[in-house]
Design a protein around this ligand. Sequence first.
Ligand code: ADP
Ligand code: TRP
Length: 318
Amino acid sequence: MKVLSAMQPSGTLHLGNYFGSMVPNRELQEQSDASYFFIVDLHALTTVHDPAVLRAARRDAVRDYLAAGFDPEKSIMFFQSAVLEHSELMWILSTVTPMGLLERAVSYKDKVEKGIDATAGLFTYPVLMAADILLYDADLVPVGKDQKQHLEMTRDIAMKFNNIFGETFTIPDVQIQEMVAVVPGTDGQKMSKSYGNTIPLFGDEKAIKKAIMGIVTDSKDMNDPKDPETCVIYKIHQLFLSVDEAEALADEYRSGIAYGDAKKKLFETYMDYFKDMREKHASISDADIDDVMEKGAEQASAVAKAKMEQVKQAVGLI
Ligand code: ADP
Ligand code: TRP
């Protein structure tokens, strides 16, 4: 089984990303025969037009993923822009992609509504994503719900190509991560960078403390019994615990732990849980990142080049 995932280099990783995406992806990485993981910096250009910001975001993303346990020995890690075949295949795929298919893309409309420039790149974003996936004959692409339509478009484009030019691409399976755990943010809504309610994984300890101390609570008095089922502090804390530990903590809530103390406990658990990852994060140099990405790009290029030979044969370019 070949598993492929890709991430935009955007924003600081938070606890929601960790439990909702990193942990399940890390597990898949363990189970697969081949796993590709790349940073889609070409896609990022549809929204970022500041070179310094993009340059920093690309590196930061790699540092975060390496620290969070992506293993370059198990996954081929690279920057999308380093493997030229992504753009090359995108063009060829765009010549079989119906305009109507792209016009139905919800994500394009959402982004334009949010004020992102309606460029040709933004419109054809799903074709580049199809190229990302088809180039590596991925069997499985685990994504969040918001990417389901993009993956269906990838399947449509692949089938259309195969129909016209003969069996060339593997049709990937969509695996929607139903977010077994939707991690709540500090305000109780879904944690998301767009809501400003995140607890960061890396960076300044003070910022983490501030976020945790700012978690919403009801107005119960210090010694009143608290309901773990509805308490946001508890819901976040239990993500780190075994069933038994979580039950013991729930008892403490029921017997009236003060919210301030509950938050301190969570902070301690948080710092303890992420200690090794945070140390690793601080120890990864720019040169380490360059090495990993260079090696990954070489490995990915070899696969991508072979696939492009096949594609060019199929369409009559060679
Ligand atoms: P954000 O909502 O902060 O913009 P992204 O959309 O970039 O996060 O999400 C990246 C990955 O992290 C996705 O796979 C998504 O499903 C997962 N994820 C993000 N927030 C949460 C959350 N609160 N709970 C569970 N998973 C999450
Ligand atoms: N569109 C995806 C997102 O915004 C990122 C992405 C680009 C991707 N190419 C991909 C995801 C290929 C999975 C496979 O999250």
